[in-house]
Design a protein around this ligand. Structure first.
Ligand code: ATP
Ligand code: PH2
Length: 181
């Protein structure tokens, strides 16, 4: 049996029913064979970052991060995530174009690789507050391999991230039976 990897996945949506799409995507990630959801961040809202800079005329994004345990290899996991993007109507026409759902693999157990199909850690995560802020809130001690602590990277990132009022993406852990209340 393959040892499970801890993986961090970033979610983004700026077209359609954004919050419903993120909720559906989290559910589908948890249904991938060999993948278990561990935790999900709060949802944040952020203006669309385009190659030319922030585009306030484009629909704003909702972003979040989930942590999973995965018995799949990173390429298999990415393939499954691409399948979930496709299920949610994701098309690829324009670089950093508006999209119903984007699922990026940010980190898999600190592995490093650089191929066209998959670069780990995600090469642009270290500068993206819309990834770092929800990740930091979820895992305050997290480190992005080769780049430093997520707390320091978040402090240095300049893109705008706003709170978004929503119910949690995953239900809070139920108190264990017999645990003191
Ligand atoms: N860590 C990674 N996570 C997700 N996709 C990756 C990663 N590394 C390489 N890729 C490749 O990048 C390709 C383009 O992905 P996509 O269209 O989602 O990019 P994007 O989300 O628009 O931009 P960005 O990569 O800057 O977030 C994918 O086909 C995938 O094979
Ligand atoms: N605010 C925001 N902007 C983006 C995002 C995103 O998730 N949030 N994703 C992009 C390509 O992955 C490009 N721009």
């Amino acid at each position: 049996m393959t040892a499970a990897h801890g993986a961090v996945i970033a979610l983004g949506s700026n077209l359609g029913e954004r919050e419903a799409t993120l909720r559906s995507a989290v559910r589908r990630i948890g249904e991938i064979d060999g993948v278990t959801l561990v935790a999900a961040s709060a949802i944040v809202e952020s203006p669309a970052l385009k190659p030319q800079g922030v585009d306030r005329d484009a629909p704003a994004y909702l972003n979040a991060v989930v942590v999973v345990r995965s018995a799949l290899g990173p390429l298999e996991l990415l393939g499954a995530l691409n399948g979930i993007e496709a299920e949610h109507g994701r098309t690829r026409e324009e670089h950093w174009g508006d999209r119903t759902l984007d699922l990026d693999l940010i980190d898999v157990d600190g592995m490093t690789m650089a191929t066209e199909r998959l670069t780990l850690p995600h090469p642009r995560a270290a500068e993206r507050a819309f990834v770092l802020e929800p990740w930091l809130r979820l895992q305050p001690d997290a480190v992005l391999t080769g780049r430093g602590s997520v707390a320091e990277l978040r402090a240095a990132a300049t893109d705008e991230v706003l709170p978004y009022a929503a119910a949690p993406l995953l239900p809070a852990e139920l108190p264990k039976q017999g645990a003191a209340s």
